[in-house]
Design a protein around this ligand. Structure first.
Ligand SMILES: NC(=O)c1ccc[n+]([C@@H]2O[C@H](COP(=O)([O-])OP(=O)(O)OC[C@H]3O[C@@H](n4cnc5c(N)ncnc54)[C@H](OP(=O)(O)O)[C@@H]3O)[C@@H](O)[C@H]2O)c1
Length: 276
């Protein structure tokens, strides 16, 4: 397993995303993922599955200390006081004393980055989180966050896949020693999986298109990825991406797809994204 070192944190580069998983299926998939070898689990208060994620971790039989657990505070709860209460409620639902990483899920148009990051720092100082980070923050918001944060900020979790150019955010992450954690790393499947830049290497390496896309993430410096699946076989397959290597030509051909500039997660509350 590749480990990313980011501002003092050690984060497994490949994690298991849990958005849309709920109830028994979530318990079962989280437990199976950990038994398969995943050591990084991603959830959020907004996913309404933290109880099941916590139960899945306990059911796996693997010690809590072996697992890098991330949760997030929804943007309506990131004001001073509200953020700390949200984090505390997440810990209760997860059944843990501390998460490994607490993220601000989205910036808010009502609460400044300074205020939310100070509240995030307070949550870390109270011991709710071992590390803190951002999600869906632009490069100027990253800069503000780094300026006011006393605890190191270890990542920005953003949408990243072969069809979206994130060079500016990647560059900022490297400048601040942060990891970029890719969400929607598989572009949620679809037509990307049948593009020749993906199917060519899949045939050449005897791997699936999803494995090629995940390997593309793993071969980039400071990049982690948290694919989601409700299928046990996809979950196992997505973990088997450390036994082959894409050539530079294959990496470049996949990089060239970024001109599409397709963003899946864009909402009326999104920040003004960096323009690539
Ligand atoms: N911070 C944020 O704002 C934010 C936003 C979105 C997501 N996230 C996080 O990122 C995680 C992943 O993002 P995502 O769920 O949006 O998208 P994703 O991981 O790119 O795509 C998930 C889709 O890919 C399919 N899939 C997975 N493995 C596959 C395989 N081996 N072969 C074929 N299809 C496969 C899944 O279908 P099957 O179930 O059929 O396998 C599912 O429909 C989420 O679970 C969440 O933890 C964070």
């Amino acid at each position: 397993m590749k480990i990313i070192e980011a501002n003092g944190a050690r984060m497994p580069a490949l994690g298991f995303g849990t958005w849309t998983l709920n109830g028994e299926q979530c318990v079962d998939m989280v437990s199976k993922a950990i038994q398969t070898g995943y050591r990084h689990i991603d959830t959020a208060a907004k996913y309404e599955n933290e109880e099941a994620v916590g139960e899945g971790i306990r059911a796996s039989g693997i010690a809590r200390s072996e697992i890098f657990l991330t949760t997030k505070v929804w943007f309506t709860d990131i004001a001073e006081g509200a953020l700390q209460r949200s984090a505390e409620a997440s810990l209760k639902r997860l059944g843990v004393d501390q998460v490994d990483l607490l993220l601000i899920h989205w910036p808010s148009r009502e609460v400044s980055v300074e205020e939310s990051v100070k509240a995030l720092n307070d949550a870390a100082s109270r011991g709710y989180a071992r590390h803190i980070g951002l999600s869906n923050h632009t490069t100027s918001q990253m800069e503000k966050a780094v300026q006011v944060s006393e605890h190191p900020i270890i990542c920005n979790q953003v949408e990243y896949h072969p069809c979206l150019d994130q060079d500016l955010v990647l560059e900022a992450c490297r400048k601040y020693g942060m990891a970029l954690t890719s969400y929607c790393p598989l572009y949620r499947g679809g037509e990307l999986m049948s593009h020749p830049a993906i199917t060519g290497p899949a045939e050449a390496h005897g791997k699936s298109p999803a494995q090629i896309v995940l390997r593309w993430h793993m071969q980039q410096q400071n990049v982690a990825a948290i694919p989601r699946t409700s299928s046990p076989s996809h979950m196992e397959q997505n973990f088997q991406v450390f036994d082959f290597e894409l050539t530079q030509a294959e990496m470049d051909a996949i990089m060239a797809l970024r001109s599409k500039g397709d963003r899946i997660c864009d909402f009326d509350f999104s920040p003004d994204w960096d323009q690539a």
